[in-house]
Design a protein around this ligand. Sequence first.
Ligand code: ATP
Length: 639
Amino acid sequence: AEEIKAFKPAEKTKDWEKEGVPYAALCATFEKIESTTKRLEILSYTSKFFRTVIAASPGSLLQVVYLTINRIAPDYEGVELGIGEGLLIKAISEATGRSIAQVKQDYQETGDLGTVAQRSKGMQPTMFKPKPLTVPSVFSNLKEIATTSGQSSQAKKIGIIKKLLSSCQGNEAKYLIRSLEGKLRIRLAEKTVLTALAQAVVASEADKKGKIAKTEDIVQGEDTLKTVFSNLPSYDIIVPELLNNGVNGLGDRCTLTPGVPLKPMLAKPTKAITEVLDRFENQKFTCEYKYDGERAQIHLTPDGKSKVYSRNSEDMSGRYPDIVSRLERVVNDATKSFVLDCEAVAWDIQEKKILPFQVLSTRKRKDVQEADVKIKVCVFAFDLLYLNGESLLTKSLSERRTKMHEAFQEVEGEFLFAKWMDGQSIEEIQFFLDESVKDSCEGLMVKMLEGPESGYEPSKRSRNWLKIKKDYLAGVGDSLDLVVLGAYHGRGKRTNVYGAFLLGCYNPEAEQWESICKVGTGFSEEDLENHHKVLKEHVIVKPKGYYSVADSGPNKPDVWFEPRVVWELLTADLSLSPTYKAAIGMVNAEKGISLRFPRYLRVRDDKKPEEATTSEQVAEMYRAQASTQKASGGGAGGV
Ligand code: ATP
């Protein structure tokens, strides 16, 4: 709060509205953020900068926010940065007059192309001072680079990057190149950006009235913005609304809207039916089949446009034209707009039954023509979040379910409601679990059915949704989704591929991936060949600051990778480890947690590396295991 009071925009910002926010000012903020690991300092630098922008050039705030989170458009628009290294090396070389070999060598040494670009620029004699870069110009150039496609697009992109680089001064080249790579990596989590934005807006509102913002208003503003953003994750809508009308009442003005996908609600793992019963003691709950396919959030806007979004809010309508076209058969006449939460599952038309996830994963990912679809899918709908102009998020699950059943009709093999059972006894649940497995499902989802706790909580892994998987007895209750950090060269039959891999979980607070295990089992020969092909594109020289790993000792991998690939693994149990870094400091001050007898299950290309199992989840699993072991006097816990 002290920091917030002490604000006064500097004299030099008076031209920002006319000229645009200088890119240098943004980069100076990035540099400060990068120089500390303290979350509160990071937050304060960010909110102070946002506040300056609001005072001096509010029209640039949206672009500033996007550049800060290293994006240029919402996820669902599919406009992405992530320019390849080769192209950037070429642009740096041409812009600074250094040979490609020299640039590559520097890159080998530093491991960061941004730093290489800044240094290379520093070696160039400067004839005249270039016109300073501004946030609007950098933003529009980045957008142009990201959207340029087709013939000679490479040359066009290099041309724009060279022009930008030639205008860079000081540290701008470093952050420009990192932004282009899609790897700003200044350890600024999006959650912090939202908090900073709320603080800045509340403080600026007080500034305008010549008052000092009250701490309670700031806290309230942070809560409001967090909730609003999880219901309507669109800076394009929220930022202008904040600037025009402030944070008060934002929740009434910005609500769930078909066409803007929201991050789905997630479940917590459980190991036993008794654990489920303990959690829902004296509460009404329901069990549903847990289908093993791909999450699909289906939207229909009032103007009749339908879209299918992934769990990452990517637009999958091009991938599932069959789902889009069948909607008119399953939507009742009175249903004019909706947001529906579903699982798309591979379907055997002859046998009329569910096929395993592996079959679905062979379906083509990019734009397909409906006539070419080989793998048929059936949609299993389990929740309705919006209907005919009304958000249903705070309604009870039983009410949402009733409305869902009224608004849609089932069509066999195309659109069905998730099977459910409202029995509350252990026997009924056990029976339903067995049935779900017989029907080729992964197990059950058990959900709070009545009361305020049964509302839909976007983007939250909530204890109001629990999952029981069929193989929960064999393992730690759940599989883990981990990022491939490195690999070990294969031997014998595996000489041409990687033979084993180093995996890591994600720590969102530190913005780091922490090593958790080495895995070499569960792979078919074909898996290993595919993994080799994909991973060799992501080799890096050495582990970077966003890895918490041991860079020496027996577990040091032969090659390191960019954090790109997510795999699902099973494990027998978890143990404390002096070598692995996962969740270090969470259950033991010096030791991390590692997986015992890990086994590869499948690729999770529906998850980004930042959506891997978190260190906190790993710690939670370890604690749960420790308590069941204690309760049963050793051995793994059971029903
Ligand atoms: P995993 O899919 O490995 O269990 P996850 O992190 O993808 O993990 P969880 O919250 O753990 O997601 O599990 C819920 C997932 O199960 C949902 O994302 C959804 O795709 C799928 N699912 C299948 N059936 C249902 C259902 N009836 N209700 C909710 N989710 C379901």
